[in-house]
Design a protein. Structure first.
Ligand SMILES: [Zn+2]
Length: 419
């Protein structure tokens, strides 16, 4: 592992701070120092010296809600959704794995250094498979290029609940079976637990986001079991009643909450939970859903709920649910009125806290050296800054660079926004 010195960079530290004209050094896996450049101080031999020329250095992006196996959702037009789902259901484990590996490299080249993968296909072509755990291990061992993966393994849902049969679900009913389902995920290598509290949008009208799917006892059993093994548990929860129930059950994070109320958001603050709104998904569904579903979502006022959460100081994380890029999700949150510095924290320092990664998401000595170098100031324009992505360093390793021939990959300019 080489040493790297970034000279003459403006630092966005992931905690809300902006420090101009700094030198940041990386030694091994970690950030070694941050401070003003000291003339005359010798750089140890073998150091890769990067003249930042006033560019912007920030922590690598952390996607709090991703599915490496489901990027196909991004590119599938609404009228081909059913056919695409069927073809994915019949894809072989090898096809899923290759797809997820390509996707891991795709997001890394856009500046994403960590994804929390909340479930992938659990069976394909009749065979069991657990791709998010496998991809995590392949990235960790250096076999493939990708972000660090925090894997939930299979999602846990009631029999026939949200996610079945498309998205890799361990069906479980009743507190005892849910405990067993949690234990199975941990035995199989899960880093965190994902449980479904309500129906969703992707199988409407066969399921509906305002249908609650687990009881308080069931959710409590899942939360208790995850916490007994010091793992975080997050829940897909759309309705207001499910959001409140999940908070009472002791889950750590609420995903989506597209139908919650101001009182539901207040309950999040009182319960000390974090919130990953996946705002761009709601935004798209309001525009691209059957009329009844679009009206239900539009009437619920999700953008206002997100703003209320920010105002109440709830940790709000950036997560894309595999349909969008991090840039698109961040742009949507800014459109909603969330301050851009809060949005950037939601993709770095706050995201790290949500995912239980104390070592990541901020630029401080001793923290993991996950860094991106941008040509312009992201606080003054997210899209132009990420169009000018120049470098991605992950755990101290230069993996992506526009003008360093020793980096294996080139940055990928953000794709056009998806409506
Ligand atoms: Zn999801």
């Amino acid at each position: 592992m080489a040493r790297i010195a970034f000279h003459n960079v403006n630092v966005i530290d992931g905690l809300g701070g902006v420090i101009r004209d700094m030198t940041v050094t990386v030694d091994g896996l970690s950030i070694e120092s941050i401070g003003p450049a000291t003339p005359g101080v010798e750089t140890p031999p073998g150091t890769l010296i990067v003249d930042g020329r006033g560019r912007w250095l920030m922590p690598g992006l952390i996607n709090c809600h991703y599915h490496l196996c489901d990027k196909w959702l991004r590119s599938t037009p609404a009228n081909e959704y059913e056919a695409a789902r069927l073809s994915r259901l019949h894809a072989t484990p090898g096809a899923h794995a290759l797809d997820a590996a390509a996707n891991a490299t795709w997001v890394l080249r856009q500046g994403v250094t960590t994804v929390r993968d909340l479930g992938g296909p659990g069976s394909a072509a009749g065979q069991e498979m657990y791709t998010n755990v496998d991809i995590r291990d392949a990235v960790e061992s250096g076999e493939i290029a990708g972000p660090r993966v925090i894997a939930s393994r299979l999602m846990i849902a009631m029999t026939g609940g949200h996610g079945t049969p498309w998205f890799g679900v361990r069906e479980a009913d009743g507190p005892d079976e849910i405990r067993k389902a949690v234990r199975e995920q941990l035995k199989g290598g899960a880093d965190c637990i994902k449980i479904m509290s309500t129906g969703g949008l992707s199988n409407y009208p066969h399921e509906s986001p305002d249908t609650d799917e687990y009881t308080l006892e069931e959710l409590s059993a899942g939360a208790e079991e995850a916490h007994r093994f010091n793992r975080l548990i997050t829940t897909h929860a759309m309705s207001d009643s499910a959001v409140r129930r999940a908070i009472r059950a002791g889950v750590d994070t609420i995903e989506h909450a597209f139908l919650t109320t101001p009182e539901g958001v207040r309950a999040m603050a009182d319960g000390g939970v974090s919130f990953v709104p996946t705002a761009r998904v709601a935004w798209r569904m309001v525009r691209n859903s059957p009329p009844a579903l679009a009206a239900l979502l539009d009437g619920a006022g999700h953008p206002d709920r997100v703003l209320e959460a920010v105002e109440l100081g709830i940790p709000v994380g950036v997560g894309t649910d595999s349909r969008f890029t991090m840039l698109e999700e961040m742009e949507t949150l800014v459109e909603y009125g969330v301050p851009v510095e809060t949005v950037l924290r939601g993709a770095t320092g706050t995201a790290a806290a949500i995912c239980g990664l104390e070592d990541s998401g901020v630029i401080e000595p001793g923290k993991r050296a996950d860094l991106v170098l941008l040509r312009t100031n992201p606080l003054e324009g997210l899209r132009s800054a990420f169009q000018g992505l120049e470098m991605v360093v992950k755990a101290g390793e230069l993996l992506v660079a526009s003008d360093h021939s020793d980096a294996p990959l080139r940055p990928l300019p953000p794709p056009d926004p998806l409506v």
